[in-house]
Ligand binder design. Structure first.
Ligand code: FES
Length: 140
């Protein structure tokens, strides 16, 4: 095998993986996802044993986070957990009894209303259904 034939052979062999590495991402980009994202309207967010009074948790609502609060023995509230300012994830401050965004010190009351800081709108509120020991959250 002379140098020219060796170079031809080497180019043919390496061109297949190079072409595949270019085409595969392009084809994946155009292919539809198999499961639609975020189509669930009701999720099981927690069990009643999981949250004490004044407790909270972040749960998944499709591809987005939600925040579930236990206000009293009987009362729960749930909201979208993405801040209405720049989409940081909010958390519950039990010392203030407020929902707090650590990114720019935004505060929301227990109805989800923006009360101080830069958030321009209230948090989206979800509906709660407690069935047995399960807490279900529904997007309206
Ligand atoms: S992102 Fe929440 S206050 Fe700025």
């Amino acid at each position: 095998m002379n140098r020219r034939k060796f170079t031809d052979w080497l180019l043919r062999i390496t061109s297949i993986p190079v072409a595949a590495s270019i085409l595969y991402p392009v084809l994946r980009f155009f292919k539809q996802p198999e499961v639609a994202e975020g189509t669930a309207t009701t999720v099981e967010a927690a069990t009643t044993d999981e949250l004490p009074v004044n407790g909270w948790k972040i749960f998944r609502f499709g591809t987005r986070p939600g925040i579930l609060l236990r206000i009293s023995e009987e009362e729960y509230r749930a909201f979208a957990a993405t801040c209405t300012h720049l989409d940081c994830i909010v958390q519950y401050r039990d010392d203030k009894r407020m929902i707090w965004c650590a990114c720019h010190n935004g505060l929301f009351d227990l109805s989800g209303r923006n009360v101080s800081g830069p958030p321009p709108r209230p948090l989206e509120q979800y509906r709660i259904n407690v069935v047995g020991d399960k807490v279900f959250v529904t997007r309206t």
